[in-house]
Ligand binder design. Structure first.
Ligand SMILES: [Zn+2]
Ligand SMILES: [Zn+2]
Length: 282
């Protein structure tokens, strides 16, 4: 029998939290997505402020927790000190440094130094383990087949392809598909990486109007994410890492425009803008 798999969105915003009346529908928390396997394992992608709410749900469960960060910009690590399971005695949590093989404690813990956060990591009662060995090999033992690709993003970042029992989710945030310089992977490489995925979660921070000024800042336009979804033949696209200044009304409109574009071009791809609380079951 197939294991159940659920993808949940806890923070969908890029750059900085943006709470307020104009963002309450899609949410103002920064990047965090979880993938749950059979209620036994929870894989967490990024530890932005959205991870705080996820932590409250996990505290009553006994699932193994795996935390993978795409990179260490604030909006991907800042929620971690508020992730309650790290304060649970004997709770097992596996954490992966963003640079493979890095022996230094990664930034999730380094920010808990007593100066930037009052509780330092040596006072955490949980049994956290920082895994510096090969992520694919380690996760395979736990039921996830994982591969990764370097994205086009200032400072560097990685996207992840996660497969389990014939289902595929690609998490590709903080990625400028066509940067003016410093391209580490081209469009075709991302097409291969995303090929035939059931779900593609992709950076869609900018619009056409934003781009002349923000070209080179490491994020994609919604239209570029849609083009990638078509070229890779994915079944479903979730627009992610919304700009902090994007209001609910604007996101409604941009989502509708993207859906109309797929229809007009006769592409059978479900497309939606990510919102806090969104759940996709496979
Ligand atoms: Zn980001
Ligand atoms: Zn970033």
């Amino acid at each position: 029998m197939k294991q159940s798999m659920a993808v949940k969105f806890w923070g969908v915003r890029g750059s900085i939290p943006s709470p307020g009346v104009s963002t309450k529908k899609y949410g103002g928390n920064t990047s965090c997505v979880s993938i749950h396997l059979d209620n036994e394992k929870t894989l967490i992608l990024d530890a932005g402020t959205g991870i705080r709410e996820l932590g409250k749900k996990l505290v009553a469960q006994k699932t193994d927790i795996f935390v993978i960060v795409t990179h260490i910009h604030w909006d991907h690590i800042q929620g971690f000190p508020f992730f309650i399971p790290i304060f649970q005695k004997d709770r097992v949590i596996y954490v992966f440094p963003y640079q493979q093989g890095e022996t230094m404690f990664n930034s999730l813990f380094k920010q808990m130094d007593g100066a930037h956060f009052p509780v330092s990591m040596d006072r955490l009662p949980s049994k956290y383990q920082i895994i510096t060995s090969d992520i694919s090999e380690f996760m395979e033992k736990h039921g996830f087949c994982i591969s990764r690709i370097a994205t086009n993003h200032p400072g560097g970042a990685y996207g992840y392809r996660i497969e389990n029992d014939g289902r595929t989710v690609v998490y590709l945030t903080d990625n400028e598909l066509n940067p003016p310089e410093g391209k580490v992977n081209d469009f075709d490489s991302f097409v291969s990486f995303c090929k035939n995925a059931d779900l593609l979660i992709h950076d869609a921070q900018y619009t056409q109007q934003d781009m002349p000024l923000k070209h080179g800042w490491g994020h994609s336009m919604i239209s570029q994410s849609c083009e990638l979804a078509v070229a890779a033949g994915v079944r479903r696209l979730v627009l992610y890492h919304h700009d902090p200044d994007r209001t609910d009304e604007q996101l409604d409109l941009l989502q509708e425009e993207a859906q109309i574009w797929f229809l007009q071009n006769k592409h059978d791809i479900q497309c939606a803008a990510a919102y806090e609380g969104m759940v996709i079951n496979f």
